[in-house]
Design a protein around this ligand. Sequence first.
Ligand code: GDP
Ligand code: IMO
Ligand code: MG
Length: 436
Amino acid sequence: MSVTVVIGAQWGDEAKGKIVDLLSQEADIVGRFNGGDNAGHTVVNQYGTFKLRLTPNGFSNPRTICVIGPGVVVNLATLIAEIETIRQAGISLDGRLWVSPRCHVVMPYHPLVEGIYERAKGAASTGTTGRGMGPVYADKVSYNGIRLADLADEAALAEKLGVQLKVKNALFKLFNIDELNLQNIIQEKQAQFAQIKEMVREPFGLVQEALRKDARIILEAAQGSLLDNDWGTYPFCTASTTIAGGAAGGLGIAPRWVGRVIGVAKAYTTRVGAGPFPTELLDQDGEALRQAGAEFGTVTGRPRRCGWFDAELVRFTAQLSGMTEVALTKLDVLDGMPKIKIGVGYCPKGHCKSDLPGSEVRLAHYWEGDARWLEAQEPEYIEVDGWMESTKDVRAFEQLPKLAQAYVRKVEQLIETPVGMVSTGPEREAIIPVPR
Ligand code: GDP
Ligand code: IMO
Ligand code: MG
């Protein structure tokens, strides 16, 4: 089976882009199956540093076809700008980028509607990226979406947009926001569509043929498992399916083709936006992780919330997606930490027995769907000694400091999933295979 799915095992920004870029050197197809330009995937390779939101991270291999599946929502301005960035780096995407006409289009009203809800929620707001994701997916599932294919036909587009503006402009009036003009949107979207229309073609047939030939296919998720709309910390989540199961629907690839599921997890934890985060560090250790890991959002520039690795949550997300392995990234960020903690379970706030050897409380309540339960929990930790040596130039597992090796082995024992590779720097080469 030739399909590998790469997903985030935490709350996003786990370095999926780096891992996909690495794997894409051997890939025939790289496909994105969910999310939109709320994602920001950084790759550092021979062409430079790229922070792409929509283009699959197979772009730098001239032999790799990049596919954007129907599960993705497209902001045309972002996509056009990315294609230009890639072109300016001397990489041709000609004939290599396929965007499904089924993809829904982010319209100018989507971020505005999102803003209305965020402001109305006040202190309880989600802390979204402001890219209109909730509203564009809401329109999609309530049969009010506009797809790329619709942009080709002006009359049909005008009719669909007219209905949407009738409703959305009434809402804007209520909230003192300037109404949007139908003709302006039609002109803008058609002009943008004209720039990419050769790439808008359904990749389904191409992908099916590739599957028959046992081609190597990598499917790249956006966001992280704990932001999944069904399984994440709802309502502090995103609008799409971020777990491995989403790859099948989002690209039209049947689950039976998927042989490998790589969950990308940081060696600690970060989160952007609001919502429960039991192992969050609000002290100097949190600040040390933020500085050492350069933890500032790719899309919004917001400081990311930082905390210790939460093994119990990653054990859960590993089960959710049937991860065959985990890629443990940013291990080097822990290089300067004299003591490192790992969350192994929970107890109600104020009731933790600090030296309990292992977790007494597992995620049963969370499994019942109650994300607020997590907010009322304190993690139980184990503490290990840090290695206090640089790992950034290490390329073989045996050459890692013994304590760093022990940390990796402890993590895989706790998450009940093998760690297949460890990353110790942003560059493609900074990767260490983990022996079995
Ligand atoms: P993604 O959204 O999952 O692709 O992750 P992001 O690109 O948003 O965030 C990961 C950040 O960590 C990027 O700035 C990467 O360049 C950087 N990065 C990736 N792997 C490593 C690593 O092993 N060590 C360090 N220090 N940085 C890394
Ligand atoms: P990548 O692919 C980290 C978070 C937002 C917010 C919540 C909902 O780079 O890992 P949305 O704009 O999706 O409606 O926001 O989800 N979020 C991400 N956090 N990485 C991402 O993507 C994210 N995409 C969305 O911060 O909390
Ligand atoms: Mg990111």
